[in-house]
Design a protein around this ligand. Structure first.
Ligand code: DX5
Ligand code: ZN
Length: 227
């Protein structure tokens, strides 16, 4: 089942509550929060304090994408702030297994993220621990970048691995998800679709979300019920 996760990175921070509510009316079911530290990525954004404020204005799960070094130091603060899902980068974690355990011990759903240059195969051993795998389809740091086409192959690989291993993790994609790319992304097998610029960049976030979801649903593979 596909879901739309608006990334507030491209929202108007002065009207954050309003903008999130508009995306929610348009059918968004999870809110994606991009946390950047100016070290792991060349940009600085927001942290647990903004998560805490968001927690007061929406009941939707808050999906916190940590683009930071030493994520273990901040995981409890995200839990206290009301985060529901937390993902950490394979490239930022020296002890990824420990970081994923820490997220789960703090009562949140653990996710792992891979940059465009990181192969899916590196995740093999930790796939049973994660609630979601986030495939970056741009180099992290900024909204509004162009989708990197070979990400589609990584999504397909994950679909196959999930089936082979009999696992349940969900497949999320982040970066350049927009009207022009969403159909092929869904056809490749991604089901958690993060979109920043395409929702908040221009026009009405409610209508943008609705249109993106309609396109995603139309591309969804038909599920054949077992007899
Ligand atoms: C990029 C962030 C993304 C970003 C996506 O580093 O992780 O979540 O907001 O933005 P768009 O959808 O504009 O490519
Ligand atoms: Zn993100």
């Amino acid at each position: 089942m596909v879901e739309l996760l608006p990334s507030i990175l491209s929202a108007d921070f002065a009207r954050l509550g309003e903008q999130v509510a508009a995306a929610e009316r348009g059918g968004a079911t999870v809110i994606h929060v991009d946390v950047m530290d100016g070290h792991f990525v060349p940009n600085i954004t927001i942290g647990p304090m903004v998560v805490k404020s968001l927690r007061r204005v929406t009941k939707l799960p808050l999906d916190c994408h940590l683009m930071i070094e030493n994520p273990d130091e901040f995981i409890p603060a995200f839990a206290d702030a009301g985060a529901d899902w937390v993902s950490v980068h394979w490239e930022a974690c020296r002890h990824l297994h420990r970081s994923l355990e820490l997220i789960a011990q703090n009562g949140m759903k653990p996710g792992v993220v891979i940059n465009p240059a990181t192969p899916v195969d590196f995740l093999l051993d930790i796939l049973p621990m994660v609630h979601h795998v986030l495939v970056m389809s741009v180099n992290p740091g900024f909204g509004g970048q162009k989708f990197i086409p070979f990400s589609l192959e990584k999504i397909r690989k994950l679909v196959n691995l999930r089936q082979e291993l009999g696992l349940q993790f969900r497949i999320e994609v982040d970066g350049g998800v927009a009207h022009e790319t969403i159909v092929q992304i869904v056809q490749a097998g991604a089901e958690l679709l993060v979109a920043g610029n395409a929702v908040f960049g221009k026009g009405d976030p409610e209508q943008n979300a609705r249109e993106l979801l309609a396109m995603a649903h139309s591309a969804e593979p038909v599920q054949i019920a077992p007899q």
